[in-house]
Write a protein that binds this ligand. Structure first.
Ligand SMILES: [Mg+2]
Length: 124
């Protein structure tokens, strides 16, 4: 699978990308929402976007809204998973209209990441 990791903190991207690469998937890294959108357009099809929330230039909320509202079909349907320390229930109450498909909560673990990848895998 091809997965975009969007986070402004290099070490966060490195941690997730090392786990995902060890599982045999392709990684594209982006440091803010704007770069994530460019990567999504340039590397389509992408299977999952892992999207941090707080980032400079364009945050994860703005970027996900843009993907859902302004990109063409089928790129606008790409699964977007929020990366956050936020309580999952409160997160979806606050951000349910943005268009996130799922949440990956910090601290990250291999088990959590494997679960997310399975959930959005094209082959069941
Ligand atoms: Mg951040």
């Amino acid at each position: 699978m091809r997965i975009i990791i969007v986070d402004d903190i290099y070490i966060n991207r490195l941690l997730i990308s090392e786990i995902i690469k060890s599982l045999g998937h392709d990684i594209i890294e982006a440091e803010n929402g704007q770069k994530a959108i460019e990567a999504l357009k340039n590397h389509s099809p992408v299977d999952i976007v892992l999207m941090d929330i707080e980032m400079p230039v364009m945050n994860g909320i703005e970027a996900t809204r843009y993907i859902r509202d302004s990109l063409s079909d089928p790129i606008n349907k790409t699964p977007v998973v929020a990366l956050t320390a936020h309580n999952p229930k409160l997160f979806f109450e606050d951000y349910k209209d943005v268009g996130f498909n799922q949440l990956l909560t910090k601290p990250y673990s291999i088990q959590k990441i494997v679960g997310i990848i399975k959930e959005f895998s094209p082959d069941p």
